[in-house]
Design a binder for this molecule. Structure first.
Ligand code: SF4
Length: 378
């Protein structure tokens, strides 16, 4: 597939894992806040609104690519999915790859980038969403990230306008509902902002996904972090609660606090205790999701309130393992050998992890080793 100079369109650096197969349309560039200590994604990059016309041109370019993949399928007598795989495997650039992946998955979902799309004027965003839907009538779900700070100020009426235009879901990085943790991480919002924003989104009828950061309170605030986060979520009543575990790398501002001793990281065991306390304290209907490799216990997933006991049982099973077996699980999971708690009973997988442990010698399975292995996934 030969590309002409103006066929490619612009892509931002990230999207939620649940939007891996979505068409990505970059509506703004970077993050208008850009100060969170744990977030390296947009550091050094200036926030910019893109004009409606510029975004529409990108949508047109995505359509050109989509049409060319459809032509390829027709001309070569293959299926659309085969043509999409062909382009995906040797794309002229990332925008072709994105369209191919999106088409392969059925072409039903789109995600608006970057970090805080709601900051755009509501009328402009309505126009972009309308144009996207007109260009691709097959799209059934349009989602985006937003900051609570913005969603709290947007107001229910404007959010309803966006829902009517076709915005189906908003992903918000809540991280914590405990003000000292939010202030320490320089999140730029309070628990009250999170609650107001979340309630606004829920009242507008847009589906809401709140991301909670396990370990965000470190050793000092793990208990308050769990309790206050659950308290905020109980008021918001989001559709989804997604867990992410705190990771720390030298490129993050938080790294300096770790080095100086200002922030003491929670161990896996402590984070699991925090997760348990948080789930025990939840009293709202929501789908709990753990869809990221950085989470120790991916099976902590289910619908609240009916599956709350099932979620807690997973945690209790881990906690009930003898220390040596917990080490096998933790190391196996961080190495990607073990994927679920049940895997620990698999003799071959167990032996593979034990082999690695034997090579570690006296150092054993240290927290530093586990942190380092986990952070390969971000
Ligand atoms: S608001 Fe989101 S994207 Fe912006 S710095 Fe914070 S975590 Fe990163």
């Amino acid at each position: 597939m030969i590309r002409t100079a103006d066929e490619s369109f612009e892509l931002g650096p990230t999207r939620p894992p649940s939007e891996a197969f979505s068409l990505l349309i970059r509506v703004t560039r970077n993050c208008p806040w850009n100060r969170c200590k744990f977030c390296p994604i947009y550091k050094g990059q200036k926030f910019q609104l893109r004009s409606v016309e510029e975004v529409k041109r990108d949508i047109d370019k995505a359509k050109v690519i989509r049409d060319r993949i459809m032509d390829m399928a027709q001309k070569h007598g293959g299926s659309l999915r085969e043509a999409a795989v062909g382009v995906y495997n040797s794309p002229p650039d990332d925008s072709f790859r994105n369209v191919a992946l999106w088409m392969y998955a059925g072409g039903k979902h789109a995600f608006l980038q970057d970090a805080n799309t709601l900051i755009m004027k509501t009328g402009d965003l309505v126009e972009i969403i309308g144009y996207l839907k007109k260009t691709f009538p097959e799209i059934e779900r349009i989602t985006s990230y937003a900051r609570s700070h913005t969603a709290a100020r947007k107001g229910v009426d404007e959010l309803k306008e966006l829902r009517r235009a076709g915005l189906s879901r908003i992903h918000i990085g809540m991280e914590s509902g405990y003000d000292p943790v939010l202030a320490f991480l320089d999140k730029g919002v309070t628990a009250a902002d999170h609650i107001k924003a979340g309630k606004n989104v829920v009242a507008s009828g847009i589906s809401l996904c709140e991301y909670v950061m396990l370990g965000a309170g470190g050793k000092k605030w793990w208990r308050e972090h769990a309790l206050k986060t659950a308290e905020a979520l109980n008021q918001i009543r989001p559709d989804y609660i997604r867990f992410r575990t705190l990771t720390i790398q030298p490129r993050m501002l938080l790294y300096n606090d770790v080095v100086s001793g200002e922030f003491m990281r929670s161990t896996d065991e402590k984070i699991v205790a925090e997760e348990k306390l948080l789930i025990e304290s939840l009293d709202c209907p929501a789908q709990v999701v753990s869809d990221h490799m950085i989470n120790l216990l991916p099976e902590v997933e289910g619908k609240l309130p009916e599956e709350k006991e099932k979620l807690l049982e997973v945690i209790e099973r881990f906690q009930a393992l003898p220390p040596q077996e917990r080490d096998v699980y933790k190391l196996g999971r961080r190495l990607g050998i073990i994927n679920r708690l049940d895997d620990i009973t698999d003799v071959n997988l167990h032996a593979q992890v034990e082999g690695v442990m034997a090579r570690l010698g006296e150092e054993g399975v240290s927290d530093e080793l586990l942190f380092g292995l986990m952070e390969r996934y971000v």
